[in-house]
Design a binder for this molecule. Structure first.
Ligand code: CUA
Length: 157
């Protein structure tokens, strides 16, 4: 079969586009430093958080050699603990729940982002890079002070 040269150009362009698309799907969502690698959503009783091992005392706990779990409670209008202090170059699973209304948990400048729904535990696992600081914001409208609802993540050596 004979292919005209301009058709070859379109073929090449089409192939290039496909590769670009695959590239953006594979790499596009990964932010600098902290990147989300998994997410899932078990349940919890939002009226009994103080009887829950994880959320009675929101905190960061070491669960493996280089693995940590961060138990975070979102509320009108903040996050607990704040700051959330996690170690550099480790795997951290955030378990985030709400004790009142639906909130968001977005680590600014990364792809770590989840809705936080009362009764559910939003679980997201990230890999941390070197020491730095991130802002956390609520990206679901949750009331009068929604826009001021934020926290800090400190990635420490
Ligand atoms: Cu919490 Cu908006």
């Amino acid at each position: 079969m004979h292919v005209h040269s301009y058709e070859k150009i379109w073929l090449a362009l089409g192939l290039g586009l496909i590769l670009l698309l695959i590239g953006s799907v594979t790499y596009g969502a990964v932010g600098p430093g902290v990147s989300m690698v998994a997410a899932d959503q078990p349940t919890v009783d939002p009226t009994a958080l103080d009887e829950d091992d994880r959320f009675a005392e929101p905190r960061v706990e070491q669960v493996g050699e280089n693995e940590y779990e961060a138990y975070v409670v979102a509320y009108q209008f903040g996050f607990e603990p704040d700051p959330i202090v996690i170690p550099a170059n480790s795997t951290v699973t955030f378990m985030v729940t709400s004790r009142d209304v639906t909130h968001g948990f977005e680590v600014v400048g990364t792809n770590a982002n989840t809705m936080v729904i009362p009764g559910e535990v939003s679980t997201l696992t990230v890999e941390t890079g070197g020491p730095t600081e991130y802002g956390v914001i609520c990206n679901e409208y949750c009331g009068a002070a929604h826009h001021g609802m934020e926290a800090t993540i400190e990635v420490v050596p």
